[in-house]
Design a protein around this ligand. Structure first.
Ligand SMILES: Nc1nc2c(ncn2[C@@H]2O[C@H](COP(=O)(O)OP(=O)(O)OP(=O)(O)O)[C@@H](O)[C@H]2O)c(=O)[nH]1
Ligand SMILES: [Mg+2]
Length: 324
């Protein structure tokens, strides 16, 4: 059996190896991803993001439990670009979800990629494709943070959960600044703490104010209160995710079509950017021209605008992107 066939058959060692190769940016991974592509698109992807320590991993653990009780298989990716080592927080996540490690219907992996494989978004997309191709019904992607990187990552998800905790005034401000549009479902976790209703009201106000979104996509984000630690509110949250899924996949199919189109477009654009820059840079640095260009710039013999035009003009004509 080829590696691709093994992955399609759900062979755990092959899946784990491929995800590791994606994480390490090994070019071999790309060849297998090409073959897997036609077999992807069946899994439902849920992104879970929020500031450090809000309880994302505890929540994911409960979501796994709930989906298993519903008879679904689950793949989990814990993405942590901030961690310089693949120990630390990610190890903690693994331990938190450890009780599922003997369950054949659950597959948990972490990604710590920084800059390989065209960046974190590309490697996360690749890893999602692998879990999808191996046949997992649901894929949960946990990412730390509420910044632009996380927004990029969660764009690959069908439903994006943004996790908050009571009394996070600053965080709500941060969301306002950037990622309110990215959230389909908001979770106020640690609902055992003071200030739940206030946080909920602030959030509701913000959602109501975001008129653009409503007219653009037709989905008004929902809010759920949970206590992940005690498994409270999880059933309601999972039903809420199903509601969003039903909305995306409803019969007319136009919203889903648009979603798939947007996703395909982003993926291709990212890859084209990455391949073009990498191919040109490899060639320029290998031949020593890059260093010469930099020297010319420093000595003001040429300006960067003209130089960039010259490079692009030359390479787009005679430079072939190597196939792997
Ligand atoms: N009081 C309370 N504590 C909770 C709840 N859910 C999780 N916690 C605790 O919050 C802490 C952080 O939980 P994690 O699940 O690791 O949070 P996280 O968001 O995954 O953290 P990072 O991955 O480090 O960003 C742990 O000590 C949990 O036990 C809850 O509902 N109530
Ligand atoms: Mg975590």
């Amino acid at each position: 059996m080829s590696s691709t066939e093994k992955i399609l058959a759900g062979d755990l060692r092959s899946v784990a190896r491929l995800i590791r190769h994606i994480d390490d940016g090994l070019p071999e991974a790309r060849a297998i991803l090409k073959e897997l592509y036609p077999h992807t698109g069946r899994a439902y992807v849920i992104g879970v993001t929020g500031s450090p320590g809000v309880g994302k991993s505890t929540l994911v653990d409960r979501m796994i439990q709930n989906l298993r009780a519903r008879g679904k298989t689950v793949g989990v990716l814990a993405v942590d670009p901030t961690s310089p080592f693949s120990g630390g927080a990610i190890l903690g996540d693994r331990i938190r979800m450890q009780r599922h490690s003997t369950d054949e219907g659950v597959f948990i992996r972490s990604l710590a990629t920084r800059g390989h494989f065209g960046g974190l978004t590309a490697s996360t997309r690749g890893a999602i494709a692998v879990l999808d191709a191996m046949g997992k019904d649901y894929i949960l992607v946990e990412t730390v943070g509420v910044g632009q990187d996380e927004v990029e990552i969660v764009r690959a998800a069908h439903t994006t959960l943004i996790v908050l905790i009571p009394g996070m005034g600053d965080d709500i401000q941060a969301i306002k600044a950037g990622i309110l549009e990215a959230g389909d479902v908001f979770v106020i976790n640690k609902a055992d703490r003071d200030g739940v209703q206030k946080t909920r009201q602030e959030l509701m106000m913000m959602i109501d104010m975001d008129k653009d979104r409503k007219t653009k996509k037709g989905w008004k984000p929902t809010i759920f209160l949970t206590e992940a630690l005690k498994n409270e509110g999880i059933e309601g949250l999972m039903d809420g995710i199903e509601d969003h899924r039903a909305f995306l996949f409803k019969k007319e199919g136009t919203i889903r079509d648009q979603f798939e189109r947007d996703k395909a477009q982003m993926e291709l654009l990212d890859l084209v950017k990455q391949d073009v820059v990498q191919t040109i840079m490899d060639h320029l640095t290998h031949t020593g021209q890059w260093q010469e260009f930099i020297e010319d710039l420093v000595q003001k013999k040429v300006d960067p605008y003209s130089l960039s035009e010259k490079i692009i003009g030359r390479y787009l004509n005679d430079c072939q992107i190597p196939t792997s």
